[in-house]
Design a protein around this ligand. Structure first.
Ligand code: PLP
Length: 490
């Protein structure tokens, strides 16, 4: 619960309330099993953060394996239940781009999900983890010949083709091997969703996918999507399984997914009528949102699944087509909230910021903003810099009764935009040596990490049944120097 108090800072964004108790972990942002222990420390499945720091150092990605498995399973169960009467269930492809290592690939498989990859490297992780080829899909807008060959070697269940050029390339490679590639076509339905809103446009101005707009190819009146369907049917090296779309990320409301499903099913029915091509599968992509801050309100998977199922059911009935087997590709919604990043506080400084008086005729008022520097930053979480993404943070190594103070958590990189959490109320007594935990860092943080300023990328620890184990070790200085060919490594 949060409430406005006299500690509220005019520098804070409107959505940020002063927490009633700074020690409380606000539920939707944290993995199951993360809480404060009797000593006031944040602990995950009974393992305290100071113990994790001692054993593995900081910064550190701390993931609940139990929570990951729960979220994976609950997506699968919710969509299976919602679509049972329509197409016998749903194939859930975990989007490996959000976070992938061999342990995660194995958990996904054990929980009955499939795995979506989008590069040769991600296929290599899947192969090492022993994921069956039939459970894999390969995405990407510019797959190399080597990646296409590798996918065919691994007998992947589907290659999601992104353009007319690529369709021809996959067909050629498969034919030259005397094989048939199982293919989905990625279409751009003109629906773009983000958080609570979506927009619908006729034309697409982006690198991904085949446009459904009527005049998007040299052939007048024919969309790239239609040209691809007709071409796919004519290539002996292609088995066209169906259509695919992905409308955006961090989406809370089902309406964007519903509109995209209607558009794709309408297109599918039109292709069936015109070319007698029956497509047995339809992938509606990923993008399901999570809570990064206390004001984010993601829906339970069942709510989204039921809404999407209702639209697929009624649209297929209206169009008079057999419902295709549905698949989805959630990444963030499975892994995002399973993980927090543990940082150690180094330096602090407070600046004074002028705020214009509301009346305009009075003098500006000055308010303090405190900067709290931690031992990581944009190299382990690029999302605030890339997308202006908001996060939250909590003092994790002890409880505090100090007053809330508006704080900006920043990294240690040589970049003034190196912000980890733009605005958060932290206890006023936060000091060097304290540990901060930033929740919701499971997706697109480790995956996007870099070695900027020659910082070693952090390790990832998985906690289950009270035991912590490294699933990806952190880099060492040796790792950083190994590829430098200037002065020979002895
Ligand atoms: N599928 C495709 C094609 C994507 O591009 C993405 C993310 O960019 C995803 C699935 C996963 O999205 P999310 O992690 O938001 O669920």
């Amino acid at each position: 619960m949060t409430t406005e108090t006299s500690n509220v800072s005019p520098l804070a964004p409107e959505w940020l309330a002063v927490p009633e108790d700074l020690n409380v972990l606000q539920a939707p942002m944290w993995a199951a099993g993360v809480d404060r222990n009797a000593d006031g420390e944040v602990a995950i499945d009974g393992v305290a953060v100071t113990q994790l720091k001692e054993q593995f150092g900081t910064p550190l990605f701390v993931m609940s394996e139990t929570d990951f498995r729960l979220r994976a399973r609950s997506f699968k169960d919710a969509f299976d239940a919602a679509f049972a009467d329509i197409c016998g269930g749903v194939d859930v492809y975990y989007a490996g781009k959000s976070f992938l290592c061999t342990a995660v690939a194995q958990w996904v498989t054990e929980e009955g999900l499939r795995l979506d990859t989008c590069s040769g490297g991600e296929l290599a992780v899947a192969a090492r983890a022993g994921v069956p080829g039939g459970n894999l899909s390969l995405h990407g807008n510019n797959k190399s010949d080597a990646e296409i060959n590798r996918a065919l070697d691994m007998l992947v269940g589907r290659i999601v083709v992104d353009s007319l050029d690529e369709l021809e390339r996959v067909a050629r490679i498969a034919s030259s091997r005397g094989e048939t590639a199982k293919v989905m076509l990625r279409l751009t339905p003109g629906v773009h969703a983000h958080t609570h809103e979506f927009i619908a446009t006729a034309h697409e101005d982006q690198k991904f996918g085949l446009s459904m707009a009527g005049d998007s190819t040299a052939q007048q009146g024919l969309s790239a999507a239609e040209e691809a369907v007709a071409a796919a049917a004519s290539y002996p090296g292609i088995e066209l399984l169906g259509l695919h779309c992905h409308i955006g990320s961090q989406i809370f409301e089902p309406d964007g997914f519903e509109l995209a499903a209607q558009k794709l099913l309408g297109f599918q029915a039109a292709m069936q009528a015109k070319y007698s091509i029956v497509l047995p599968e339809l992938d509606l992509g990923g993008g399901y949102g999570i809570a990064y801050t206390p004001v984010d309100t993601p829906r339970p998977p069942a709510e989204i699944a039921d809404a999407m199922a209702a639209v697929v059911r009624s649209t297929c009935a209206e169009l008079g087509i057999e419902p295709p087997r549905i698949s989805i590709e959630p990444g963030r919604a499975i892994v995002g909230s399973t993980t927090f990043t543990l940082y150690e506080v180094g330096t602090r400084k407070t600046v004074r910021v002028d705020v214009e008086s509301a009346a305009g005729d009075q003098e500006n008022v000055t308010y303090p903003r405190r900067y709290v520097s931690v031992d990581g930053g944009m190299s382990d979480n690029a999302r605030p810099v890339l997308y202006d993404a908001d996060y939250s943070a909590i003092l994790a190594s002890r409880a505090s009764v100090a007053d809330p103070q508006l704080s900006r958590v920043v990294g240690k990189h040589c970049e003034s935009g190196d912000i980890v959490v733009r605005d958060v109320y932290l206890p006023a007594d936060v000091a060097a040596g304290d540990l901060l935990a930033v929740p919701g860092t499971g997706a697109y943080c480790w995956a996007l990490s870099s070695n900027y300023n020659y910082l070693a990328r952090p390790g990832v620890v998985a906690v289950r049944d009270g035991a912590a184990r490294l699933i990806v070790r952190g880099e060492t200085e040796e790792d950083l120097l190994n590829r430098d060919m200037g002065v020979a490594n002895v």
